[in-house]
Write a protein that binds this ligand. Structure first.
Ligand code: DGJ
Length: 742
């Protein structure tokens, strides 16, 4: 049983082969955090870890003593104000205005398996033996509210899933003003904080800084997890590298407003937290009602950042993504957006599809502009019926023609939005999120539908189902192109307006769930103006996400590298697009565009009809190459080797599960001359296996053992070590490693 409870010491030990997590019921009946890290052996008690001392300017819980202060203690789910002045994990405002609470231990259960969270995305197990769950019940008798702290430890992952729920069993109504998913008090502050931040077109760039006294935090208050911040943070030791050292990561399985915060107190204790953003949030906890927080994942490694990322990759690929497409190779797609934008005819689309088929592409995706009066961005959103002037035989007809060519057919939707110039808005102007007597701001001429209301979600569901029932649709790109402003719902009273952002997300999840239940074989790709909602919440419904609207290969090095810290490559939509690049005009060879996009859910986003014969041949080769190695590109173990945030040469690699094959992506951004001889150490291979190394153009580099490649390294020296007249700027290559019989 990987969760034990010791009656004498009142300690819980959650463990598997890799990690341990220790909790203790403290003298005041609240829960203390004793340890999280590498697996440690059982021990009768850890009382020596309940650290208390008389300290000036500290307040104490028990009368006539100076030893028990919550301000001194590491806790599981702390409240503010009863001797702990740090930021709490939750706040409950009571009818008399007080926010002081005192939740005391009542009971606990330990069971095999893991329960689903109703209405929320979460990790899951298929067999009870895969995980063990601890649920601790605490109660505040003054406000008559129960708190349930839930912890699931996975047998085979160095990770713990956590969430919390509250139940009001009294007569009074309370207001939750904060309800985070995870709190972890760590005994020191010698950590670097890694966050993945950016903007549209440059999402999830790595930023690193050492923790300092006080607060550092990232958040989103935009109604989506956002391009700007990602609900994923790593704390690592300063000495930790990709290949060695301690690190821990927290990821929120949620797609809306969030907060991730580290507070370092005056005694160098680090309080790490993640959950729903308390800013602008409140929730009426009415009598007999339950509030469930989203889930957070906590992972640990003592073997470096690559190992930590691989834990998230494996868990998300196998036990967050689900259904038909889980762990399935992703179809190679052609998307018409950058090829045509709104300016398409059926003939044009069929011509693109025809070329795509010839090149070996498998899925044709029709992007924005096929519905209502949507010939430009100011009209049509909300009207999910086909524009017959553009597509005379409708979606059904087009899907059939595409299928007859031997391609799968995919379609774009933006279900959460409406244009004022639409039948939906004309009929239901009250369906949008706007504040009474205030101006409603637009984004791209569109308004956000009030998905906190069931009738709004029902309306969009019915419209989508009609299209999906008629035409045979294999794939949906679910877009979301603006954030929420003037947040207010006409359907809720004044004291529930703080719930709308979260209720909105619950509505989005509900629509996803209903569509997946009815169409379990459709592959969903989530998108939000590129990577504006790239999070573990979305991955539960849509197992791939459009990583960024920025398709420039050089920009993508940073974006995909940053994204890889928290998310697997099978989830990252990565397309080869035209050169000069649409977003920043950079001219790059087709070769590097393919070499970067291979490490993801691969596809094309350009007008294939405009390619030269030589380019057509190259694309055909890329597609064939991707098909040959797709399983490893998308599901191999991913290693970051050289960072685009640190130098001119970037590299990453994937290794097959059996370690018999590996592919190394090697990219030189700017050309150089008369340079050093270069080697690249390759981790992750089997030391004693013999690997044949070649380049995808057939160049044979010889045979080397895994041990040689890990310790001496792969020689990557190219013409630039001399008088270079061969390599160019934006130079990419893929090394192929295949096991040879010894
Ligand atoms: C934004 C997306 O990120 C693009 O890929 C494209 O689908 C457009 N929206 C369509 O409006």
């Amino acid at each position: 049983m990987p969760i034990t409870y010791n009656e004498q010491s009142r300690e819980f030990h959650l463990y598997n082969d890799q990690i341990s997590y220790l909790i203790k019921i403290l003298a005041n009946e609240q829960l203390g955090q004793l340890y999280f890290g590498k697996r440690i052996p059982e021990r009768a008690d850890h009382d020596y870890l309940v650290e208390n001392k008389y300290r000036p300017v500290t307040s104490y819980v028990f009368d006539d003593e100076y030893s028990f202060s919550l301000g001194n203690l590491k806790q599981e789910y702390p409240s503010y104000g009863t001797t702990d002045p740090r930021h709490p994990a939750f706040t409950i405002q009571q009818p008399n205005g007080s926010k002081i609470t005192d939740f005391k231990y009542v009971s606990h259960t330990i069971y095999a398996g893991k329960k689903a969270l109703v209405g929320l995305p979460a990790t899951y197990v298929e067999d009870k033996a895969e995980a063990t769950t601890l649920e601790v019940t605490l109660y505040d008798e003054v406000i008559e509210v129960y708190m349930y702290l839930k912890y699931t430890i996975f047998e085979k992952h160095a990770a713990i899933a956590r969430s919390v729920s509250f139940k009001n069993v009294g007569q009074a109504e309370h207001k939750l003003q904060a309800a985070l998913s995870l709190n972890l008090d760590l005994p020191d502050d010698d950590y670097e904080w890694l966050q993945f931040s950016g903007a549209w077109g440059r999402e999830r760039h790595l930023h690193k800084s050492h923790l300092r006294p006080g607060i550092q935090a990232i958040d989103s208050a935009r109604g989506a997890s956002s391009h700007m911040q990602n609900p994923f943070v790593i704390l690592k030791r300063p000495y930790t590298t990709e290949e060695m050292g301690e690190a821990l990561g927290i990821s929120l399985v949620y797609s809306g407003n969030f907060l991730a915060r580290a507070e370092v107190d005056e005694y160098a204790v680090t309080r790490l937290q993640i959950g729903l953003n308390p800013f602008q949030f409140s929730w009426c906890l009415k009598p007999n009602e339950i509030f469930q927080t989203p889930e957070a994942i906590l992972a640990y490694s003592d073997a470096g950042l690559n190992d930590l990322s691989q834990t998230f990759h494996r868990l998300f690929t196998t036990r967050l993504a689900r259904g038909y497409w889980r762990e399935r190779k992703r179809p190679i797609l052609i998307n018409n957006w950058e090829a045509t934008y709104f300016d398409f005819t059926e003939e044009k689309l069929l011509a693109i599809a025809k070329s795509a088929k010839k090149l070996g592409i498998e899925l044709f995706v029709l992007d924005d502009g096929w519905f209502g009066k949507r010939t430009k961005e100011n009209a049509g959103l909300g009207d999910w019926y086909v524009n017959h002037e553009r597509l005379k035989d409708g979606i059904t007809g087009l899907a059939k023609k595409i299928h007859d060519m031997g391609l799968m057919f995919g379609l774009w939707f933006e279900p959460e939005m409406v244009n004022k110039d639409s039948d939906l808005y004309r009929k239901h102007p009250d369906y949008i999120i706007e504040t009474p007597r205030r101006h409603a701001s637009h984004g791209r001429k569109q308004y956000v539908l009030d998905f906190s209301r069931k009738e709004v979600v029902d309306n969009i569901y019915e419209q989508m189902v009609k299209i999906l029932d008629e035409g045979e649709i294999d794939y949906i790109k679910w877009d979301m192109n603006r954030n929420i402003t003037e947040c207010y719902s006409n359907a809720y009273p004044a004291d529930q307006q703080g719930e709308i952002m979260h209720r909105y997300m619950l509505g989005v999840y509900d629509l996803y769930e209903r569509l997946l239940t009815r169409f379990p074989k459709i592959l969903f790709e989530s998108c939000a103006s590129g990577g504006g909602r790239f999070d573990a919440g979305m991955l539960y419904y849509a197992p791939q996400a459009w990583t960024s609207d920025d398709t420039d290969a050089i920009e993508r090095l940073k974006i995909q590298y940053g994204t890889s810290f928290g998310y697997p490559q099978s989830m990252m939509g990565a397309h080869v697009s035209a050169s000069p690049n649409e977003q920043l005009g950079r001219i790059t060879p087709l070769k590097i565009r393919g070499d970067v996009a291979f490490f993801g859910a691969f596809g094309y986003e350009l007008d294939l009809a405009t390619l030269s014969p030589a380019e057509m041949t190259e694309v055909k080769k890329q597609v064939a190459f991707m098909k040959k190695y797709r399983e490893i590109f998308q599901y191999g173990t991913f290693y970051r080797l050289k960072s685009p945030f640190e130098g001119n040469i970037v590299s990453w690699m994937v290794v097959s599960q059996d370690k018999n094959q590996a592919l190394v992506g090697y990219y030189k951004i700017l050309n150089d001359v008369n340079c050093e001889f270069r080697r690249l150490r390759l981790p992750g291979l089997a030391a004693t296996k013999n690997y044949h190394v070649s380049e995808e153009n057939g160049t044979d580099l010889g045979d080397f053992t895994g041990s040689e490649l890990a310790n001496i390294g792969l020689v990557t020296t190219d013409a630039s070590a001399g008088e270079n007249r061969e390599t160019t700027d934006f130079y990419g290559k893929i090394f192929i490693l295949e096991k040879r019989d010894n």
